[in-house]
Design a protein around this ligand. Structure first.
Ligand SMILES: Nc1ncnc2c1ncn2[C@@H]1O[C@H](COP(=O)(O)OP(=O)(O)O)[C@@H](O)[C@H]1O
Ligand SMILES: [Mg+2]
Length: 248
């Protein structure tokens, strides 16, 4: 690493017609960080991910990967920089087997850095995400929560440096959410990954991340330690009020 953040957004703005979905958001992500992003529905979280992963081009502002500008870069250039993401609605190939879905991701890994042992092949990736027993099933036949794991596996198969997770715990039971959080920490710890994790299950997320960004109406209203952010008056007013009454 050259001392630059892995990924940096400078004043990134995304407009849809008259709506400013992301409003001049700046944030830098260092190698190895596990960062959460929270905010009410419609706050701009997914749109910010779309900009970070090259799915949409910002209306204004700049993105840098390892200090190099990504201005005007096509989505595959973001992938070449080691940026992988999941989608809020899982995008798996329903007709293909679980293992073949992983193989699809592996096809994009060829040019990239040497595979960590845990990401060596479809078998090791399926072990890591806990889907070995489902390897031969069509993706359509596994449960929605298993499809979320599969989508994470597909992203890992590209051997990313940065993994963007968009509500991968949505719709899971409390026990499954906790297991997902442990998996995410393990991925970060064992795969030399930076993880940015959007989640609606705020109290779980805050227990597991080291840093959290709060978006509200497209603006970043807080960025810091979970313990600081939950005491931030603007955050409490905008969003957290009721949720933080729960025991931690
Ligand atoms: N492709 C789009 N076209 C128009 N408006 C959009 C589009 N995508 C998102 N939006 C709007 O941008 C705002 C932010 O949406 P989104 O990023 O999905 O929020 P979040 O993920 O925080 O719930 C919302 O008002 C949403 O309706
Ligand atoms: Mg969203």
């Amino acid at each position: 690493m050259n001392g630059h953040p892995l990924l940096e957004a400078r004043e990134v703005t995304v407009r849809f017609g008259g709506l400013t979905a992301v409003d001049a958001v700046s944030a830098a992500f260092a190698p190895g960080e596990l960062v959460g992003i929270i905010g009410p529905n419609g706050a701009g979280k997914t749109t910010f991910f779309n900009a970070l992963s090259g799915v949409i081009v910002p209306s204004a502002g700049e993105l840098f990967a390892g200090g190099a500008s990504l201005a005007g870069a096509a989505p595959h250039r973001f992938a070449q920089q080691g940026i992988a993401r999941t989608f809020q609605t899982p995008r798996v190939f329903a007709e293909l087997s679980v293992a073949a879905n992983i193989d699809f991701g592996l096809q994009f890994a060829g040019r990239k850095r040497e595979a960590p042992p845990l990401l060596k092949d479809a078998g090791t990736i399926l072990d890591l995400i806990g889907l070995s027993a489902q390897a031969a099933l069509p993706a359509a036949a596994i449960t929605p929560s298993q499809q979320r794991l599969l989508e994470i596996g597909m992203a890992l198969a590209t051997r990313p440096r940065l993994l963007l997770l968009d509500e991968v715990a949505a719709g899971l039971t409390e026990a499954e959410v906790e297991a997902m959080a442990r998996l995410i920490r393990r991925l970060r710890d064992e795969l030399d990954l930076t993880v940015i994790w959007i989640e609606h299950a705020v109290s779980t997320l805050l227990r597991h991340v080291e840093r959290v960004l709060v978006l509200h109406q497209g603006r970043k209203i807080a960025d810091g330690l979970p313990s600081e952010v939950v005491r931030n008056a603007e955050v409490i007013e905008a969003y957290l009020g009721d949720e933080m009454v729960e025991p931690a």
